[in-house]
Ligand binder design. Structure first.
Ligand code: FAD
Length: 401
C-alpha cells in the first residue's frame, strides 16, 4: 500500500518550524538580507527545538525522526529564507549524515553527538577555485607525517565558512590515483594553520555565510581520516546524496513562498476592472507554480522514502534536486512577473526569492550535471556501484521530539 499521509509527529514538526519561521525569521529577514548578516542565534534556536539533528538517531544526540522529517524542516526553513535551509543542508545533510554513514564510533561520539545537539556546527569543504563540478581537479593535499596528515590548499564557496566548528575536507593523499587518491578528513577550526574568509557581493543568500577556507600546514590527527585513504570521492558523492535531498526539499519551500506571495498579490492588485488573478495568463503562472510544488514534493518524498528504507537513492535524489530547483527558479521568476514593477523592489519579498533561487541551481551539482546524470542512467552509461557503508535506514523506535 502507498501512503501519502504525514504522521502526527511530522504534522507537529511542520507546524513547529512554520511558527518559528514566522516569528523569528520573517520579521527580520529583509534587514538581514540587506546587511548581508547571518544571525547565528537562528542555529541556537533550532538546537533548542532539537532540530539540528532532526533525523540523527537518539543514541547520537538527535531527535531520531525519519528522513522525510528532515525534508519538512528544509521546506519550512526555506519558506523563510534560503540562507537558513542552506545552513541545515550543510550541517545535517553534508556533514552530520556523512559522519553517521562513514564515521568510526569514536568519530561519531566526538563530532556527530555535539553536532546533533547543536552544540557544534558542521560544514563541508569540497569546491576549490579550480574545481567545482570536476571534483578530481582539486589540488588540496594531505601528506602523512607520523600520526598526522599535513593539509595544504584552499577551498572556496564554502557555506558556513566563518561559522562552522568542524569541516569535512577533501584532499589528495595520492594524486597519481586520480579520484581514487582523494581522502576525507575531519578538520577543526581551532587547528593551527586553518583560516576562513567570507565572500562579499553575492547575488543571493545574502543572509547566509559563504566563503573561503585556507589550510597552511594544518596538522590533522590520523584518527580524523574519515573512511579509508582513497575513499574520499565516494564519501563526497554519498554526502551529496543527502545534501541534494535537503536542497530539493528547500526548493519546495521556496515554491510555497512564491505561491503565498503571488496568490495574495493576485487578490490585491486590480487591472482592467478585475483582480489580476482573474487574467488567464496570470493564472497560467500560478498553475505552473502549483504543478512545480506538487511534482517536486513527490520526488523529494520518494527519495526520502528510499532513505528511510536504507536503499540507494542517488538517481532519485538527483532527479528531485534538478527538477525542484528548476521549478523554484521559474516560480521565483514568475512571482516577480506577477508583482510587476513592485516585484522589482524589496518592498515585496519576491525579488529576494528570485536572487535566492539561483544558487541551488548551481550548488550540489549544477542543472547540467544532473541533466547528464539522468540521461546516463536512462541510457545505461551510469550504474551505481555498491558502497562499503550505507546511510542507516530509519529506525522508527528512535523518535524523540
Ligand atoms: C551559495 C553557494 C554555496 C556553496 N556552498 C558550498 C559548500 O558548502 N561546499 C562546497 O564544497 N561547495 C559549495 N558551493 C560550490 C558549488 O558546489 C559549486 O559552485 C558547484 O559545484 C559548481 O562548480 P563551479 O562553480 O566551479 O562551476 P563549474 O564546474 O566551473 O561549471 C561552470 C559551468 O559549466 C557547466 N559544466 C561543467 N561541467 C560540465 C559538463 N561536463 N557538461 C556540461 N556542462 C558542464 C556547469 O553546469 C556550469 O554551468 C557553493 C556554491 C554557492 C554558489
Amino acid at each position: 500500500m502507498m501512503n501519502f499521509d504525514f504522521t502526527p509527529e511530522q504534522e507537529m514538526l511542520r507546524s513547529t518550524v512554520r511558527k518559528f519561521v514566522d516569528k523569528e525569521i520573517m520579521p527580520y529577514i529583509k534587514e538581514w538580507d540587506e546587511r548581508g548578516y547571518f544571525d547565528p542565534n537562528i542555529m541556537k534556536r533550532l538546537a533548542e527545538l532539537n532540530l539540528m539533528g532532526v533525523c540523527i538517531p537518539e543514541e547520537y544526540g538527535g531527535a531520531g525522526m525519519d528522513y522525510n522529517s528532515l525534508a519538512i524542516v528544509c521546506e519550512e526553513l526555506e519558506r523563510g529564507d534560503t540562507a537558513f535551509r542552506t545552513a541545515v543542508s550543510v550541517h545535517i545533510g553534508l556533514n552530520s549524515l556523512t559522519l553517521l554513514q562513514w564515521g568510526t564510533e569514536e568519530q561519531k561520539q566526538k563530532y556527530l553527538v555535539p553536532q546533533a545537539k547543536g552544540e557544534k556546527i558542521g560544514a563541508f569543504g569540497l569546491t576549490e577555485p579550480g574545481a567545482g563540478s570536476d571534483v578530481a581537479a582539486i589540488s588540496t593535499t594531505a601528506v602523512r607525517d607520523g600520526d598526522y596528515y599535513i593539509l595544504n590548499g584552499q577551498k572556496t564557496w564554502i557555506s558556513l565558512c566563518d561559522i562552522a566548528d568542524h569541516f569535512i575536507v577533501f584532499a589528495y593523499t595520492d594524486k597519481s590515483k586520480k579520484h581514487h587518491g582523494i581522502s576525507a578528513f575531519i578538520v577543526e577550526r581551532t587547528m593551527p594553520g586553518f583560516s576562513s574568509k567570507a565572500i562579499k557581493g553575492k547575488l543571493g543568500i545574502r543572509a547566509g555565510n559563504t566563503g573561503e577556507l585556507f589550510f597552511d600546514n594544518v596538522r590533522v590527527p590520523k584518527e580524523n581520516l574519515l573512511g579509508h585513504e582513497g575513499e574520499g570521492f565516494k564519501i563526497a558523492m554519498s554526502a551529496l546524496d543527502n545534501g541534494r535531498f535537503t536542497v530539493a526539499a528547500g526548493a519546495v519551500g521556496l515554491i510555497m513562498a512564491c505561491l503565498e506571495a503571488s496568490v495574495k498579490y493576485c487578490h490585491e492588485r486590480k487591472t482592467f476592472g478585475k483582480e489580476i488573478g482573474r487574467h488567464q495568463l496570470v493564472q497560467q503562472m500560478i498553475a505552473n507554480m502549483e504543478a512545480g510544488l506538487q511534482i517536486s514534493r513527490l520526488l523529494v518524498y520518494k527519495a526520502g522514502y528510499l532513505k528511510n528504507q536504507g536503499k540507494r537513492n542517488t538517481r532519485e535524489t538527483s532527479l528531485a534536486k534538478w527538477i525542484a530547483c528548476d521549478f523554484a527558479n521559474k516560480a521565483a521568476d514568475d512571482a516577480v512577473q506577477i508583482h510587476g514593477a513592485y516585484g522589482y523592489s524589496n518592498e515585496y519579498p519576491v525579488e529576494r526569492y528570485l536572487r535566492n533561487s539561483k544558487a541551488p541551481v548551481i550548488y550540489e551539482g549544477t542543472r547540467e550535471i544532473h541533466t547528464i546524470m539522468q540521461a546516463e542512467y536512462v541510457l545505461g552509461y551510469r550504474k551505481d556501484k555498491p558502497l562499503r557503508k550505507m546511510l542507516p535506514a530509519w529506525n522508527p523506535e528512535s523518535v524523540k521530539l
